[in-house]
Design a protein around this ligand. Sequence first.
Ligand SMILES: [Zn+2]
Length: 428
Amino acid sequence: VPRILSALGEMRGVAGIRSAHARPEQAPASERGLRFELTRAAGVAGQRALADWCQRREGVIGPGEVFSQALLRTGLELAQAGGLVDALKDLMNFRQCRAGERFELWLAPGGRLQRFVYHKSPELAYRVERGKAGLAGQRLVRQPETSLEEVGVLIQGSLYASLEAAGETPALVAELVDIFAWDIDFYVDTRAGDTVRLLVEKRSLDGAFIGYGRVLAAEYHGQAVGARRAFRHTLRDDKVGFYDPQGASLRKAFLKSPLKFARITSGFGNRVHPILGFSRMHRGIDYGAPRGTPVWAMADGTVLHAGWKGGYGNTVVLRHANGYQTLYGHLHSLKVKAGARVQQKQEIGTVGSTGLSTGPHLHFEMLLRGQHLNPVKQRFPAADPVPGGELPEYLRQIQPLTERLLGIRVPGQGPVGDLARSGDKGAG
Ligand SMILES: [Zn+2]
């Protein structure tokens, strides 16, 4: 008997929702009591009931598509799409809808929209429900769990492949490259057997990884560059930066490489090499690199030239502070225009083989007051260090981080820590 009763309850729940929508406010007095009961039953049955009697459709924002187009493509009627947009317009910025973002529609028999959910990210969704007053929207934010994790990676092959083999994602490679971009040219300085150690926050929802948080400490130990260590630190004026174990800033006026580190698939394999070093005759350095490799501004500056330049082909020349200029030749595409301001790490073009060139490579020159310099030999002063008054506190703070960093196991490597401790001063 209880079984039959519960089955009846479900049926009443379904009927309740239907009747509530079919007959809004004009229900005869004799039915009012009944409707109340049915509606309550519907509330108890809740989500399960909606899943039982509604049709669920999935949609996705297509390439170049705007929100309303994607809605209509699912078969939603124009008027209903309009109502949905109205319910969301104060909550959601439709212009920030990106291709690949998913949403779901729950439609009553007859096609009336009952529920809509837009999945902006694992942490953020927008939801619209049909209630007594019509469609009502809400913004649903979920707080991910953050945990500090230890990552230890032995480089074998490319930096990307090594971190991926260790279960990490390209986003972490980007973080690492960003931290050490002034000291390490990851195209030419990485060797098999180098090690990476990181203390990084990982964010998760329902136990599933959704992204990285802050990197608190990082070490790259390489045969070409020695041991490089960096600690994230917030100064008293709230500025955040990465500093070395002595409190010096990692940031410098010029980056170490004119090639932005990117995942590259090409016949060059996973690494690229300078194919011709600096000489007085040649006046620059050639970086053999696949066509399309991003080229970035070595330092903040202004674009002096962006266009064809004789044998250099497509070329960008930048003017920097203190009389420096940099030149990037044989580019495939140009991403800046003459006269524009550029920031360090901004992409200014891509590697190509235009002009007098036998294959894709970047020809790079650096000049100081018109004189060519060997870029590899330049040493640039670092940005401001941790101020003297804050240094003791900084050194105290990084001590436990250092111990933890050095204790990170690197799978595939021999005894822990021996390499890391030997090269404290780093190489030049
Ligand atoms: Zn050259």
